[in-house]
Write a protein that binds this ligand. Sequence first.
Ligand code: GLP
Length: 271
Amino acid sequence: MRILIHEEYDSLSKWIAYYVARKINLNGSSPDNPFVLGLPTGSSPLGTYEELIRLNKAGKVSFQNVVTFNMDEYVGLPEDHPESYHYFMEENFFKHIDIPRKNINILDGNAPDLEKECEEFEKKIGEAGGIHLFMGGIGVDGHLAFNEPGSSMTSKTRIKTLTLDTRIANSRFFDNDISKVPETALTVGLGTIMSAEEVLIIINGYKKARALFHVVELGINHMWTGSMLQLHQHGIIVCDDEATMELKVGTVKYFKEIERHHLENLPELSS
Ligand code: GLP
């Protein structure tokens, strides 16, 4: 896997936004051949979304022919609840860009039949031709989407019970009241993410250092689900210096050296 270590969050966010915009532009602009993008919520991608919005407004990238699939959604929160992932995506990204509404796919955590909702989501990804680029963040316990420790590495979209760790971590968005954090969520599976042509994971800040260490320096292990990236043909981690605190000095030096050129230059927006 590739690991790009930026000095700080702003340059990491800008770099990822240019990387995504470049991929969209390279795919061309035909409704018959949309670029299929997997998207996360959380604080990690916020800077990337801001930069993508700027690029869209500046006419450097268009989302007219982009189809999106979000990773996850809480079960039972109304869509207009400020902490629902529907609301998050609308406020932080979709309402600011030129994406057609019909191209947006987010799991419905209030569907009458949640299992059917998950099956249909997988079907829709298949009908769209699969995901070209799945972007994600990571939990402090190394989870991708809501694939908590112990998740099957081949799992598909399904209902998951959230761990206490995750509910405590996410309670900061719910008045620090863990009882307000839903106990279950719908999430794409690790197998769903692995089926994407490319997977890019954003890992920033000291609190993610342990997760980065497990994902990069230890073996593939279902207790740190992000480690499955080691098996992906095109896995990229984009992190900041803070997140590398638990890595060996040699590991950091190695990846900084081999990615030097890419770290010094933003991805070109056109070929
Ligand atoms: C939640 C989401 C994950 C996200 C994680 C980390 O649990 N389901 O997709 O990666 O939080 O969030 P943050 O980026 O805010 O640290």
